[in-house]
Design a protein. Sequence first.
Length: 135
Amino acid sequence: GLLVVVDNAWKTSGGHRLRNEESARLERQVWQFDDFSSIEEYRQAGRDAGFEIQACRDWSRHVSKPIVLRFSVSAWLGQRDWGRRLLALMYPLSWGTSESDWREIKVLAEASRQFSHYYAYMAFVFRKPRKPSLR
C-alpha cells in the first residue's frame, strides 16, 4: 500500500531544542501543538513500520512561506490607520480588530517569521513492499 504524510517537520533533529524558545512557544500556543518530529524521524518511523521511502518533498516555498509572508504583511498593515482600513476592505471581519489586538498580531507574526526558519512543510510518500506470493 501507499502512505502519504503531510506535516510540518523540524529540518534537523536539533529542532527539538528550539521548542521552548519564545518564538516557538508562541507558535505552539497559537497552533496548539506540542512538538514536531524531524524529517529524519519521519523517515525512520516509515522504515521502522516496514515502508520504503518513495519521495520526500519540501513544500514550504509553496505553502508555509506564503502564509508567513501574508501574516507579516497583514500585521505590518495593522499597525497603520490606512493599513487597517485597507485590510477591512479586503477582509471585512478584520474591521473590529482593536489596536491592542494588532499589537499582539505583530508579535505573533514576528514569532512566526523567526520560527519558520527551523521547520519545513513536508510531504512524505511511503510504499509498503509487496510480499512475495507463495504460488
